[in-house]
Design a protein around this ligand. Sequence first.
Ligand SMILES: [Zn+2]
Length: 493
Amino acid sequence: VMLSDGQRFTQAMLASQNNHFAIDGYLTKNCIIKATRFSRSKVQDKTIIIILAMDVVKQEKERLGMPQSILDEGPTFAQPATPTSTKTSTINKISAGAATKSFTKASGLKGEPTITPINQLSPYRNQWTVKARITKKSDVRKWSNERGSGYLFNCTMTDETGSIKATAFMEQCDRLLKEIEEGKVYYISKGKILPAKKIYNTTGCDYEITFNESTNVELCNDDSNMPGGFSYTVLANLGDLSKDDTCNAIGVVRSRWRTWNNHEENSAPHAHIIIVDHSGFSCKVTLWGKVAEDFDVKDQPVIALRHVKVGDYHGRDLNFQGDSSMTLNPDLKEAHFLRGWYDANGLTYKFQPCQGASGSGESGLVNHSQLMTLEEVKSKNIGIKTTSYFTVKLRVKATPRIKEENRHMPISYPACRSEDCVKGLSYDDSDRKWHCAKCSGCFDAPEYRYLMRISLGDHMGSAWFNIYDNVGKLLFEKKAEVLEQMKVWLGIS
Ligand SMILES: [Zn+2]
């Protein structure tokens, strides 16, 4: 933990008998504690306070003051007379409470190097180790200017106090590219700290790091308390997000389309993939430009998508944009879970498309470049001999109105509730139940499914269309049962 009295902060550790404060959730960020017994200990030339007994006084939302590191200019308060040995401790009474600034680790009195919070990094500090999660990592990028050319990758490191961008050029790029993985937590030490070039830097940090030959990167396996872990939106919940929101998603790549160049001029090449997850939903993801061209995967990998943009094309879809990133088969527990789930269930599972317009996500795409008018469909005899697909853009001209004169016009039909059987049920007065002739199912009530004729038209003409349940739900934004209920209330049935 970080302890602060509002003026200075310093690193401290909880003796394990105090772990319950953390486990039970009382020890929250910025809370005020009373350290009733503590000692000091030297760990790798740094003094660390070990809290032996404490109480949580108050939970606070805001940080107390603007504390600076105690290492910067020495302490501003009188040091209590405490022994330096870790084996003995003195009971110290302090009147002022101290605020824990950030909570990094609840147990373990040794093993971790002294950690510098990211918001304390500056060009004036040359000994530092941060414990940070790589929340973003770029591909290798080439650069060239009047002074030469080369290549680099950069990444964003995040801890509880903030984020900082780091860049590895040339040899360091070669050395660290494989070593640093997005999403993982590392101890990272040494490197050149420079003022941030704000145009290219969105971390909000005043500084950025250039990795150099002395930069050391060590994987940290205890990342449980680090922020920036992969939190993601389950595909079933994409509908809760608004258009243009960004989110993370993880899914199994179930299918993809070949990249193509749209016929329209200046249109970037794009490709689509369908991802599915354990919520039983599938979602289209659109990739653009080079990402789309380079996307070539086999064996239905798990894909983790960060910072993708939500679209509302036929429900919900996702768009890979400039600052999105993806990882194939990432080493995340969510990914391992999904892999296991998909291999056991996914191949035969009937996924429901987030976009919802058609029965399957794969065929739900509308190709705008092949829009036809109703006249063209009729004059070309499309669909007369064989089933064929075409795309039209039409306005709803008429739907059945729920009124007495239309009582014979169906809106829906009473369907069988058995899985994969949507046969119409017939009501039997003798047992007052609904019976299915196809699967012999017998139900107290049917599931009403849309079945109606509506008139759709464009500027050239109109036609009647049969509407089934999937389209009916989209059109009326409610289940057919709700409309049937309406009929009952109105006395029409
Ligand atoms: Zn049935």
